[in-house]
Design a protein around this ligand. Structure first.
Ligand code: NAI
Length: 421
């Protein structure tokens, strides 16, 4: 039996059904899998992945395995693991998984260790925990074997760029997040829809007529604000970047500091990558019954410890994923999913059709690393343009959408501008 640590193998059948359901919406990844099955680009290679253990990730793992890789997977967040998917991966698809929904911090890091134990050549991260462990504990050993590593999310790329600036990067990194076919779609449409989905599943609140406060108007915030507005909410944006704030204003939203938004909001969601965006001075002003969620990568955007100190009582799980904090003046504040990514804690993460592109990028960039035997400078690289373009082209094809092609005359005309003639 392959190495693994999961909750319950009996959940396997449900997991298989849900993985197959997601697969229907992942035609680009399917095309890659079919080619990998013939070409076996990863034959004899070991790949470790620290990603949300969801149905879409399962299809990426299948693709890498089909390409000949030996694969190990652990979770990139203790609350996002779908235990049925973990069971199916181990007991049906033959892929090693170390992940249990709700695992404590020690177990989370033990699972990362289990993934690194088999000395991978390639790694995939969502938040840079695997790469950070390699840098902190295995700089002289396992890190030296790594040919290249893919990073999925904004916060992970920020961590890696900080490592790069300090001159301490031990192997080449590839920022999947910065590819156009990733953040234009995954962060905006994926996070937008699934964050709303998480809040709805956790609360079943009517969005129409509510005031929704969105902290951060980056790619994810824009997507969520757009979807909340589409459901009939009055949407308020809080920002720290004047350009993004201006964009939000011209997109038709109200823009104000969190201190002013706090007494107005019915539902709050942070998506900034920043720390303590909502804190006691804001809780002080919130309405009774305010709902507070986070969709940024780490559970640091809401100061829950500060709220705990203010609360005279905490009623845990008044509904699944909802904790009630009763303040001394009798008001209640509801925190969703312990302040962790609400779209993964309370819903199922991004829809498969969006992850199709992100994970096509992950698979093709891993192949690119192997083809070049990891011969890249030790820095954070962009995904090659040809991979980004290919993913967009194939996604359009699978959506039965054609576009114009440049005529020879147009090519010459545009080239003349590039030459400055
Ligand atoms: P981004 O960099 O495009 O946007 C973040 C925005 O937050 C920026 O405009 C920034 O000015 C603003 N901001 C920073 N501090 C703030 C503060 N204190 N108050 C208000 N605004 C503030 O980043 P992106 O791609 O939108 O990602 C945001 C976070 O969401 C990251 O942590 C990222 O890793 C995470 N993420 C979560 C996903 C999910 O599934 N829930 C999917 C993709 C990314």
């Amino acid at each position: 039996m392959i190495a693994h640590h999961i909750r319950d193998e009996n959940l396997k059948e449900l997991g298989i059904k849900r993985i197959e359901w997601a697969e229907r919406d992942m035609p680009v990844l399917r095309k890659i899998r079919e080619r990998f099955a013939e070409e076996k680009p990863f034959a004899g290679k070991k790949i470790a992945a620290c990603l949300h253990v969801t149905t879409e990730t399962a299809n990426l793992m299948r693709t890498l395995k089909e390409g000949g890789a030996e694969v190990r997977l652990c979770a990139s967040n203790p609350l996002s693991t779908q235990d049925d998917v973990a069971a199916a991966l181990v007991h049906h698809y033959g892929i090693s998984v170390f992940a249990i929904n709700g695992e404590d911090t020690d177990t989370y890091y033990e699972h990362i260790e289990s993934c690194l134990e088999f000395d991978p050549l390639i790694t995939h991260d969502d938040g840079a925990d695997l790469v950070s462990t390699l840098h902190q504990k295995y700089a002289e050993t396992k890190a030296k074997n790594i040919w290249g590593s893919m990073e999925e999310t904004t916060t992970g790329v920020i961590r890696l760029k900080a490592l790069e600036r300090s001159g301490k990067l031990l192997f080449p990194l590839f920022s999947i997040n910065d590819a156009q076919t990733k953040h234009f779609f995954d962060n905006r449409y994926g996070t937008g829809q699934s964050t709303l989905d998480g809040i709805l599943r956790a609360t079943n609140r009517l969005i129409a007529g509510s005031t929704v406060v969105v902290a951060g108007y980056g790619w994810c915030g824009r997507g969520f604000a757009m979807r909340a507005k589409g459901h009939g909410a009055r949407v308020i944006i809080t920002e720290v970047n004047p350009v993004k704030a201006l964009e939000a204003k011209m997109d038709g939203y109200e823009v104000m500091p969190m201190a002013e938004a706090a007494p107005q909001g019915d539902i709050f969601c942070t998506i900034t990558g920043d720390i303590n965006v909502i804190r006691p001075e804001h809780f002080e002003k919130m309405k009774d019954g305010a709902i507070v969620a986070n969709s940024g990568h780490f559970n640091v955007e809401i100061d829950i410890n500060g709220l705990k100190k203010m609360a005279k009582k905490v009623n845990e799980k008044v509904r699944p994923f909802v904790d009630e904090y009763v303040l001394s003046d009798g008001r209640s504040i509801f925190i969703l999913g312990d302040g962790r990514l609400v779209n993964l804690a309370a819903a199922e993460g991004h829809p498969a059709a969006v992850m199709d592109m992100s994970f096509a990028l992950q698979a093709l960039t891993a192949e690119y690393v192997v083809k070049n035997e990891g011969n890249f400078p030790k820095k954070v690289h962009d995904v090659p343009e040809h991979i980004d373009q290919w993913v967009a082209k194939i996604k359009l094809e699978t959506m039965n959408t054609k576009i114009d092609e440049l005529t020879e005359e147009q090519k010459e005309y545009l080239a003349s501008w590039e030459l400055g003639t």
